[in-house]
Design a protein around this ligand. Structure first.
Ligand code: PLP
Length: 404
């Protein structure tokens, strides 16, 4: 009889957001009239910018002509998009990244989930706590995380790096040296950013110890303060120790269109083997490329008009972040984030657990957020609100929270 990959059985409960969806659905069934405001899942709400719609229409029309039809494209992405990314996201910022070091995909989630496949199964993995669950769950699925230990509230082979109020939600360099280190800045869920000096310390640590950093820059577009790096390649030496993942979801509203990319510098090697060539092999074997029309839409993100329209979109969400941050402070909450990230990380009041506060918000004021404990043990006692709602619903949600 066949067997299954029983690592899947070690996964903790169901995925955080499906738990939330179930609770909300149950509440809605009992209270069909309820006007629920969702500031939980990190999905955007603004329609796609006009330049993107225009690029999509144009590419769709092309596909309907014999000259403009595109079948299978290059698995790594079309040259026009890879060059636009290299030029705008890297070279314009003084980072030395070439177009052929960029692998276009259908989103950062797949890449951050799949990247662990090119690493050895015995590698020790460090993750922040709290953390975007995909890093942990994909290593569990692969059999790289050990088993769940209730006492530590995590997997016994992972190295958890607590991100707490005390350390300003910035992980400290671990004493036990990891082989793989997941970092995400600006951070989901805490909304914390990392300074260039602090990130340089991680790059130096990784180079000194032979670790690889898997750097998730999905929220880079939300950085508003100077001195915050937009890419890990702004740090000296990152080309020999870091892989970076990006998304078009949050800067350009592609959560439904799907587009992202991963950068693997050619200097990144392990015992003489290039990680770039391993990922190239993996990508070419398991992936047939992002859709042509979506890549054309991605190209439009880098046009002058595109940049303008998307800056306005990000500014819209960041105004919500400001409203939430300031509204929560007025209402007596302690809240973090929301300056360089679309997430606000608030401390639950009166010693409530994260899920107790979730239930209270849902049942008493019909506002949905995300319980911090769903992101890891150190998230207990915290709660994540996102700035991705509409301005009107954000204002209404805050008025309701004040009434609590
Ligand atoms: N990385 C982080 C840290 C995220 O929070 C998210 C989505 O919420 C993603 C990656 C997924 O990005 P994408 O929509 O490109 O798959």
């Amino acid at each position: 009889m066949f067997t299954i990959n029983d690592n899947y059985l070690k996964l903790q409960g169901s995925y955080l957001f499906s738990n939330i969806a179930k609770k909300v659905a149950a509440y809605k069934e009992e209270n069909p009239q309820a006007n629920i405001i969702r500031l939980g899942i990190g999905d955007v709400t603004q329609p796609l910018a006009p330049v993107i719609i225009e690029a999509l229409h144009k590419a769709v029309d092309e596909m309907g002509t014999p000259e403009g039809f595109h079948g299978y494209g290059p698995e790594q992405g079309y040259e026009f998009l890879r060059s636009a990314i290299a030029k705008n996201d890297y070279q314009a910022r003084g980072c030395q990244i070439d177009a052929d070091e960029i692998f276009v995909s259908d989103g950062a989630k797949c890449d951050v989930g799949n990247i662990q496949e090119i690493f050895g199964i015995d590698n020790k993995v460090a993750v922040c706590d709290p953390v975007y669950p995909v890093y942990v769950d994909t290593n569990v699925m692969a059999g790289r995380a050990g088993s769940f230990d209730q006492a530590i509230g995590g997997f016994n082979q992972l190295i958890y790096m607590p991100c707490t109020e005390e350390n300003g939600f910035a992980p400290e360099l671990p004493n036990e040296v990891p082989d793989m280190i997941y970092l995400c800045f600006p951070n989901n869920p805490t909304g914390a950013a990392i300074t260039k000096d602090a990130l340089q310390a991680w790059v130096d640590y990784a180079n000194k110890n032979g670790s690889v950093i898997l750097y998730d820059a999905a929220y880079e577009a939300y950085i508003s303060e100077p001195g915050i790096p937009h890419s890990i390649y702004e740090c000296e030496g990152a080309r020999t120790c870091a892989i970076e993942m990006h998304s078009f979801s949050k800067n350009a509203g592609f959560t439904g269109l799907r587009l992202g990319y991963t950068v693997i510098p050619k200097e990144l090697v392990c015992n003489g083997v290039s990680l770039h060539s391993l990922w190239n092999r993996r990508h070419g074997t398991k992936y047939n490329g992002a859709p042509y029309i979506v890549q054309r839409a991605g190209e439009a993100v880098y046009s002058e008009e595109g940049k303008k329209q998307l800056q306005a979109q990000v500014a819209y969400y960041m105004e919500n972040a400001r409203l939430i941050r300031e509204g929560l402070a007025d209402a007596g909450f302690t809240a973090y984030g929301g300056v360089n990230a679309p997430y606000i990380w608030l401390k639950t009041p009166d010693g409530l657990t994260s899920w107790e506060f979730f239930d209270k918000l849902l049942h008493e004021v019909q506002v949905v957020g995300t319980p911090g404990s769903g992101f890891g043990a150190s998230g207990e006692g915290f709660f994540r609100l996102t700035a991705f709602g509409t301005k009107e619903s954000t204002i209404e949600a805050l008025a309701r929270i004040r009434r609590l």
